[in-house]
Design a binder for this molecule. Sequence first.
Ligand code: C2O
Ligand code: CU
Length: 463
Amino acid sequence: MMPLNRREFLRLAATGLCALPLGIQARIVYAGDRIELVLQAEQSNWLGDQYHPIDLWGMDQKVLRLKQNQAVEIVVKNELPEATSLHWHGLRIENAMDGVSGLTQRAINPGEEFVYRFTPQDAGTFWAHTHHNTYQQLARGLYIPMIVEESSPVSVDQDHLLVLDDWRLNKGGQLDLESLGNMHEWSHGGRMGNVLTINRQFQPRIQVSAGTRVRLRILNAANSRVMAVELPETSAWILAKDGQPLKVPVVLQGSLILAPAERYDLIVDIPAEWKGEVPIYEVSTEQRFAGAYWYVSASNALIGRSPPTRLPSNPMPQLSKKKPSQSIQLKMEGGAMGGLRKAVYQTQSMEVRELIQHKQIWALNGVANLPDKPLLSAKTGDLIEIEIINNTRWPHGMHLHGHHFQADSARYIEGLWHDTLLMEQGEKTVISFQAEEPGKWLLHCHMIEHQAAGMVTWFEVTT
Ligand code: C2O
Ligand code: CU
């Protein structure tokens, strides 16, 4: 069955456009000390009211707001029909709270709850998402954006989120679950959707006042699609990447590219003369697509703003002061047209045909999926260097759990901290980080089908 393409979807959706929802009406929960988060089925009506609502998975809240340096207890209740776990992507917390089922915890069974306890040390934009059968559960929508507020408030007129996601609907207008696990897609760019939503709405209106300054937090929550966001005719600066502030805000030029799981915090000045609807484009495909609209109301505009000031920095290590304790290479191999011949899977060497029978097609240093021994073993405080070599024909978004790293990649502004890094085919990058919390940490591709099909490894930190 051919999925709907975007154009067909637009045609369908056009009939229901009059009923478009207004901007995100988030139920915001402040973290005193205890938050309850219910994982549950939900429904959406992107296609308009005349269609049957679409069955998704989600949570009973739309945004999690935590406070920097304030301990929190998040009681996660699983009311879904399957086991799951929640990973706090980008938070540098204790390993036992990292939420990786089978590695850092047992999965939370249906009807059970699990209490995550941690103290976020970094303020910024993060997200929590399933880390169990992720390629299925993330495609169904099991994630939530997470904002950690600075301990001293940062002044902006408004604070908005743009959470981009890419869903695959079938002809019946429901999530195309039959295509989950399609090996052809796993060996190519991963699972691409045919409907783009922002904040889990189709072409939402983001309400702003003309002449004001907006902090815009952008997250790519797609399984595999690299997104590109264009904000025409605004002045915008990059404030932070993956939750970590830049030393000096940098003017955004052209479109902002985000691999799955990457985040950017921007300052956007809404022009004083704007009113009504102004599109925000997603431009990763040939078609420029209005993913959302600013919905601008007139105000007594403030014109002629100065560039924004930087965000207060998070407590990051000083990498330059150290000598690396270990420098290793990580070779990415496999995928379509990658020429992979064999790899080790669950300690056995296998030819490609056999790997595919196990739904494996990507390898890191010759091993598909988690190796029995860690990629490396480090002590807390050690400086680690990994040269990552993308020997495949595909882009990958590499994510390091529990740590932020720096990279010598030319595609990014210099000096950024990342927890996720886009690497195009043929690219090489050295990442460096300081080993922090003891435990077992993952390093994997966040094109989730690639992770499922082998592009994942782990390393160990001991005290
Ligand atoms: Cu955002 Cu291992 O994941
Ligand atoms: Cu990948």
